[in-house]
Design a protein around this ligand. Sequence first.
Ligand SMILES: [Zn+2]
Length: 218
Amino acid sequence: MPDIEGHALQDLPLDELMACHECDLLMRREPVPLGHRSVCPRCGYELEIHRPHMVRRALALVLTALFLYIPANFLPIMHITILGQTSMDTVWSGVVGLYHSNMAGVAFLVFLCSMVIPLLKLLCQLFVLVSIRYKALREHGMLLLRGYQHLREWGMLEVYLMGILVSIVKLIGMAELHVSVGLACFVGLLLTQVWLEVTMSHHQVWGELCGEFDDASH
Ligand SMILES: [Zn+2]
């Protein structure tokens, strides 16, 4: 393969080169046709994928996630009955409860990681997808996509869900527990976000924002 020999790669411009994220193999970047993907010839890692109708599918998922966001955070996750007293708990009431228990710092962190950042992430993704459709907005879309990549490290819905499941297991012998619609919405929100991450592959979104696929169908 002449393209992976040092002297041949040196002659290529930078935008025609790519490196595998897993094994660092440097190779010539080939355009990926719609509906196909490219994999690293050395380790098999998926390099790029070009999904048909990515923008439409991702928009539907972002709107679904935004629709689930309010019930997931403000509808009861579970009803707990201890000694004849019943209480309903939501994500928001958890934040307020921590604040009133003199744990303002923890309350702020939970509020940030389980409510503010997931919402900001969704709004960034929505704007990025809209900006792909409108060329005048693409520069702002690139800025927000960079911001989104930083926010990803701070959204911790998975950790919060794990906390809910652990509390359910711990409380099950001590109290009467009934899971509520809020938990279903919370799990739905989490799954939709994971699906969205898979659908919005970074290479494809950057390619769309740079106009590489302007002739292809969205
Ligand atoms: Zn590789």
